[in-house]
Design a protein around this ligand. Structure first.
Ligand code: BGC
Length: 716
């Protein structure tokens, strides 16, 4: 397997020999113990419920006798969740930057901070596909498109793996929140291989050390036990040489089924394996070979990613990392509307800032991805630092807000969601049925903890803040109080800019015509306020582009029931579905405005043995310097099978001065144009014409198009 850790102490073949040597020195008891987290179940649970989630690493596999440090896990993905870390914009915001080099640098920063808190495994590479914008954890992933997800997942992994092992999650089909512990997702092999898995494969090919299985069930098997996913696809078809880890506590339910399915490490507690695995091995129900295989996978990765030096804790939230968070926030802001070129504003504009969210730190989810930072720059603080005449109102009283709007030149309204509206969801309701999975308490202390859990400690912990609320969104619209505030303020001032804080698509049709400008601010991290101010002032030209489609109505998205017990995923979601159904988006995938304009010309296609290179001239035709994201979509013409109208296959981010022109090159592997044939069980490149479409976004009427025949001259 290929890896990206420059600092590996030994060449690949020596690593394998050393891993085998270590394995041969381990007793069966040690091998079995290493396949569970090292934290005892009841005390660990008491710790979590007492609010100690993410105060320390979650450890496994420490074997002192052999000098093995084991695995020390910390979470992500908006930063390291232990200590005073750097809080970056959430992954969805970073997806909107379309800047994979930046994501790699962010990965390096997170890897550095992970090491500074003593971790060697970073669990922040979340690349589940955004099938529906109501998904509570949408903010933790990068968007609706598999190619975009792959590029970002690879970049974060490669960056982080300069320092630590990375863990990509949640494998697979974990795209709903409330029902994640119970839902069965049905998907054909074509849907799996073409839509929901290719980005995982790309991250595996890039050398990720660890894959976290999902909570949900897939085609009737819990993902944490799924031989289809873990053994047949991940380990056999893709040749994954690293280890699989369960999602926490409820990610596997049976020791035998998990081991036989291809699960390697149960986390974070001593739970099923601790109780059952020894007996299962003695009874011949789980082979020693399987135990060895799981151990070997962990050993291999630990040896490969061993680090000889330490990282000082001063990197946590350092000014270099804050600067990176600022760059990400600046590049992530998507300008959706700018009527009459209201933006950018002068710094002495008499600006009213209205809305409660303007004045509170709002960095996203309150669950496992929650971070703690030194100081979060709110939108209000950022704007106060950039503008000279700012007045603030929380917008609770509509008449007062209108009065302020009337006496101001322009209004910045900050609205949207918080962790109360969307995010990770763990509730006594969804987990009470799972308590039967807990090991029986044995000691008096364990019996006491079990009693507390049963009598509602979980509910109290929930109420205390950790994992509070969140869940899948109830609606794709803003809260009604936000919508009323927008209408009220817009009736009093012509120059209203709405900044929306959210983790995925928000339907804006109820109010978008009433306001002049709209920006998607996301959950923008610790420097978000400064980034917003920079964009409003034109110090930064907005360049973010939507990593998903904003439809005109809920009805244009796939069916979504957050309480469903089963769901069938098909080929259709996002722009693929909108285009198939002939429903134009309100704001298409890949869309975002700028303070300048770009023109594309002179598209050329050149075929190589296994790829096609498209080159195009891009000119900045406006008066401001800017950064543009050039997108390449490909359409298989007259396909014999049902296929999307077109799909994103490449993109590039380029910087252009006014009137500057650059030739941009976009490379597409012909293998990425294949479809998955269910009967043959493999990918096929159809011999036909393919149309290459170079565009500013997925619905660009001025896109340049060129055709090329592929699949006939022995292209691979
Ligand atoms: C989440 C995972 C996370 C794990 C450890 C689970 O609740 O689903 O994404 O990595 O906790 O924090």
């Amino acid at each position: 397997m290929t890896t990206n850790n420059d600092q590996s102490p030994l060449p690949q073949s020596d690593l394998e020999t050393r891993a085998l040597e270590l394995l041969s020195q381990m007793t069966l008891n040690e091998k079995i113990a290493n396949l569970s987290g090292s934290t005892p179940f009841w005390s660990g649970l008491a710790d979590i419920l007492g609010g100690a989630y993410n105060r320390h690493t979650w450890d496994a596999g420490h074997t002192q006798r052999l000098g093995l440090d084991g695995i020390r896990f910390t979470d992500g993905p908006r930063g390291i969740v232990i200590g005073q870390a750097t809080t970056f914009p959430v992954s969805m915001a970073r997806g909107a930057t379309w800047d994979v080099d930046l994501e790699r640098r962010i990965g390096e920063a997170m890897g550095r901070e992970a090491r500074a808190v003593g971790a060697n495994l970073f669990g922040g590479v979340c690349i589940n596909l955004l099938r529906h914008p109501a998904w509570g954890r949408a903010q933790e992933t990068y968007g609706e498109d598999s190619h975009l997800l792959a590029e970002f997942g690879v970049a974060l992994t490669v960056g982080a793996q300069h320092h630590v092992m990375a863990c990509v999650k949640h494998f697979a089909l974990n795209n709903m929140e409330n029902a994640r512990f119970s839902i069965d997702v049905q998907a054909s092999s074509r849907v799996l291989h073409e839509v929901y898995l290719p980005h995982f494969k790309r991250v595996v090919d890039a050398g990720v050390a660890c894959v976290m299985s999902a909570y949900n069930s897939v085609n009737g098997q819990w993902a944490g036990h799924s031989s289809e996913l873990l053994t047949e696809i991940l380990k056999t078809r893709w040749g994954f040489g690293g280890f699989v880890v369960t999602d926490w506590i409820f990610g596997m339910r049976d020791s035998r089924l998990a081991m036989l399915g291809g699960q390697d490490l149960e986390m974070p507690f001593q739970m099923h394996h601790h109780r059952d695995l020894q007996r299962l091995v003695e009874a011949g129900e789980v082979s020693v070979a399987r135990i060895d295989d799981a151990n070997l996978r962990m050993l291999r990765m630990q040896l490969h990613f061993t680090q000889s030096d330490t990282v000082d804790v001063s990197v946590m939230g350092s000014s270099a990392h804050r600067q990176l968070a600022l760059e990400a926030a600046q590049k992530s802001i998507v300008l959706l509307k700018n009527a009459g070129d209201l933006l950018p504003l002068r710094s002495d504009t008499r600006l009213a800032v209205i809305g409660a969210l303007a004045a509170i730190p709002n960095t996203g989810d309150g669950g496992s991805s929650n971070t703690v930072s030194q100081h979060i720059v709110t939108p209000l603080e950022g704007v106060q630092a950039g503008f000279t005449q700012v007045t603030y109102d929380d917008g609770q009283d509509l008449e007062r807000a209108k009065m302020l709007a009337r006496s101001s030149e322009a209004v910045l309204l900050v609205v949207g969601y918080t962790k109360a509206d969307e995010g990770e969801f763990v509730s006594p309701d969804t987990t009470s049925g799972l308590r039967s999975l807990f090991p029986a308490p044995t000691s008096p202390t364990e019996i006491e903890i079990a009693g507390l859990v049963a009598s509602g400690l979980a509910a109290r912990a929930e109420a205390s803040g950790a994992f509070s609320r969140g869940g899948d969104r109830a609606s794709l619209h803003l809260n009604s109080s936000d919508e009323a505030l927008i209408q009220a303020v817009a009736s009093a001032n012509q120059n209203v800019i709405v900044a929306v804080m959210a983790g995925s698509a928000v339907l804006m049709n109820a109010w978008e015509d009433a306001v002049s400008a709209i920006v998607l601010l996301w959950y923008p991290g610790m420097e978000g306020g400064h980034a917003l101010s920079d964009v409003l002032l034109g110090r930064v030209n907005p360049s973010g582009k939507l990593p998903f489609s904003i439809a005109k109505t809920d009805a244009h998205y796939p069916y979504f029931d957050r309480d469903a017990v089963s769901v069938t995923y098909d080929l259709w979601h996002g722009y693929r579905k909108l285009e198939r159904d002939g429903n134009p988006a309100a704001y298409p995938f890949g869309f975002g405005l700028s303070y300048t304009t770009y023109a594309y010309s002179d598209l050329r296609l050149e075929q190589q043995q296994s790829s096609v290179t498209a080159t195009v001239r891009v000119t900045n035709t406006g008066r401001n310097a800017g950064e543009e994201i050039v997108q390449l979509y490909v359409s298989a013409l007259d396909s014999a099978v049902e296929r999307p109208v077109k799909e994103l296959k490449a993109f590039a981010r380029i910087a252009l001065q006014p009137l500057e022109s650059k030739r941009v090159s976009l490379n597409v592997l012909t293998s990425s144009l294949e479809y998955f044939d269910e009967l043959l069980g493999e990918f096929i490149l159809e011999p036909r014409e393919y149309e290459f479409i170079v565009a500013q976004h997925s619905a660009d009427a001025n896109a340049l198009r060129g055709k090329i025949r592929l699949g006939e001259r022995g292209d691979t």
